[in-house]
Design a protein around this ligand. Structure first.
Ligand code: GLU
Length: 572
């Protein structure tokens, strides 16, 4: 019977005593222990004996003493319920094999593009799990393919900005192209250990591997391999003439796994890297760099899409070669946002082929994080839908109306309400020669913040065409009017009157001070343009303000220039 086990059981007895007013109970101590440590089930009898002993001991202590001991000796048991609460709050299942303070996650984007809602998922989940277990999160830019996944200089910052906006915080940051020596030394390590070889057979190797054979250099001894490696580094081979391959099972059912390429030559005179130019010619592949880095950075849990499952299999060969303990890999399904273009190559093509048509990566017609932000989607809405799909392995499609519904709920409470009249009809007000004042709160939940709009007889007021044809209406906050012969005749200002007559309560704007406004509504790859005028108060809001345009929908102001406003329509 180990002393450790006795300690463990005593800890639970204290915890149970503290939780239940100073008196622990053997049965509930037992179920706590076996719930947290299912691996101990085979030793249940022994534990039962220890539990009886420990409960007796715990119950003999003064409650204050119980608390003090629990705090001092078993602080990890204090944390436990808090972590469960934190998990429940996020709706995420616990991470297998995770320990409080011992979790390291990472988000590893390729800076060849900005991120979209699909890549935001591993970012947000990695962040949430790191926080949930009070661990660390690493941000790592994977930019070791200057030829086919050419990194873009601005993408590093754009990705950082998107992540910050999403509320993702990282504790460490790395850029792989600045760590080339690390990959070189590990390549050497693999060759020395006989886990990798320099393949000089070029194209022929593919054929060979397809039939379960390999280049003859696979059999050469490590000394020869290292010599070739040095020649690769010295620039003696051209692109495709020499590659380093990892030795795998040559009969692996998936031919792409067989002796996969770990490092290759890229002619960086032709394909310079945006950060390191032509300084390196030998580049690690994603699979090699990721294995080395996940290990060196102490990553304990890799959260990624299931499209990486085969990569995981490849990466395990590197772990085996060095005798490293692999992290826990969690693969989740794909997340698509219905009706949005998210593919890097498609967006890039659209931008290139239609100069002037699209506004950039952050065009609200794209499903990029920046595009959604520019449209008026809140980071919290994205976080919520991603936590909702969590780490589920099945593919999921998020419809726009789904995302909009989550966003609307958040915005409805937060966004000020302002009047915008599309394509207005201007009508002269007749109020018996006098003036009226409308005092309208910006939000019904915050009645103290309000603006006053003064309208006098003879002034013009804009209504939508449809509202202008209604006969009798209530202009929000102002009064009840009859629309007759192109004029608005005041009936009275009583709200009860409006209610009893069930008058439509409509939005409007005074002509004086009205602000020209354009609201662009994304419709697939086009914009439907809504032109009109907003009430003067709209100028209190600058770019990036999210508003509810009364009876029109939610919008985000994008630009305010020379007294005119341009906004994007978010959703109804
Ligand atoms: N750079 C890889 C990607 O963006 C990382 C994948 C991973 O290993 O999680 O797909």
């Amino acid at each position: 019977m180990s002393a450790d086990l006795r300690e463990l059981v005593r800890g639970y007895a204290l915890k149970n005593a503290v939780k239940y007013g100073g008196r622990a109970n053997v049965g509930s101590v037992m179920s706590m222990i076996l719930g947290d440590h299912p691996e101990l089930k085979p030793r249940a009898r022994e534990i039962a004996r220890l539990a009886r002993e420990a409960v007796e001991w715990a119950n003999s202590l003064d409650p204050r003493e119980q608390e003090r001991l629990l705090r001092e000796r078993y602080p990890h048991l204090l944390e436990e319920p808090r972590r469960e609460e934190r998990a429940a709050e996020r709706g995420l299942p616990p991470l297998p094999g995770a320990r409080e303070g011992g979790v390291v996650t990472r988000f590893a984007p390729n800076p060849d593009f900005v991120i979209h809602i699909g890549n935001a998922r591993p970012a947000i989940l990695s962040h949430e799990y790191a926080r949930m277990y009070r661990g660390r999160m690493v941000l790592r830019f994977e930019d070791t393919d200057p030829r086919t996944k050419t990194p873009i200089r601005e993408a590093y910052d754009l990705i950082r900005e998107d992540l910050r906006w999403l509320g993702v915080r990282w504790d460490e940051e790395y850029i792989q192209s600045l760590r080339m020596e690390v990959f070189y030394s590990h390549a050497r390590g693999m060759l020395e250990r006989g886990c990798a070889y320099v393949d000089l057979c070029g194209e022929e190797s593919r054929e060979l591997l397809r039939s379960g054979r390999a280049c003859h250099t696979r059999e050469r001894e490590p000394e020869w391999q290292l010599e070739q490696w040095d020649r690769m580094l010295a620039g003696e081979y051209g692109e495709g003439e020499a590659v380093v391959r990892v030795k795998t099972d040559l009969s692996h059912p998936n031919p792409s796994v067989r002796d996969w390429v770990a490092l290759r030559i890229i002619d960086t005179e032709r394909y310079p890297h945006p950060l390191v130019g032509s300084r390196y010619r030998v580049w690690p592949t994603y699979n090699f760099a990721v294995s080395v880095d996940d290990h060196l950075m102490g990553v304990t849990h890799v959260l990624r899409g299931k499209e990486h499952q085969v990569n995981t299999e490849k990466q395990l060969y590197v772990y085996r070669c060095f005798g490293w303990e692999p992290p826990v890999f969690i693969h989740f399904g794909r997340l698509k946002l219905e009706g949005f273009i998210m593919s890097k190559s498609k967006i890039r093509r659209l931008l290139e082929e239609n100069p002037g048509k699209f506004l950039g990566y952050d065009d609200p017609r794209f499903g990029t994080i920046a595009g959604l932000r520019r449209r008026g989607i809140l980071a919290e809405a994205i976080r919520r839908v991603i936590l909702e799909v969590g780490v589920k392995p099945g593919d999921a499609t998020l419809s726009w109306s789904n995302l909009a519904a989550v966003n609307r709920k958040l915005l409805d409470a937060a966004a000020d309400r302002v009047m915008f009249v599309e394509d207005p009809v201007w009508l002269e007000v007749e109020a018996g020669g006098g003036c009226l004042e409308a005092e309208i709160p910006y939000h019904p939940d915050r009645p103290e913040r309000r603006r006053t709009i003064r309208v006098c007889s003879g002034d013009e007021v804009g209504l939508t065409r449809q509202d202008a044809s209604r006969g009798e209406v209530r202009l929000m906050g102002l009064g009840n009017f009859r629309v007759a012969q192109g004029r608005l005749e005041l009936v009275n200002t009583s709200l009860d009157y409006a209610r009893s007559r069930r008058l439509p309560i409509i939005h409007w704007t005074p002509r004086r001070g009205a602000v020209p406004m354009e609201v662009l509504e994304p419709v697939e790859l086009e914009f439907r343009v809504h032109r009109g005028y907003a009430e003067p108060a709209i100028l209190e809001y600058g770019p990036d303000s999210r508003l509810q345009l009364v009876r029109f929908g939610f919008a985000r102001i994008d630009e305010v220039a020379s007294g005119a406003v341009r906004a994007f329509y978010t959703h109804p």
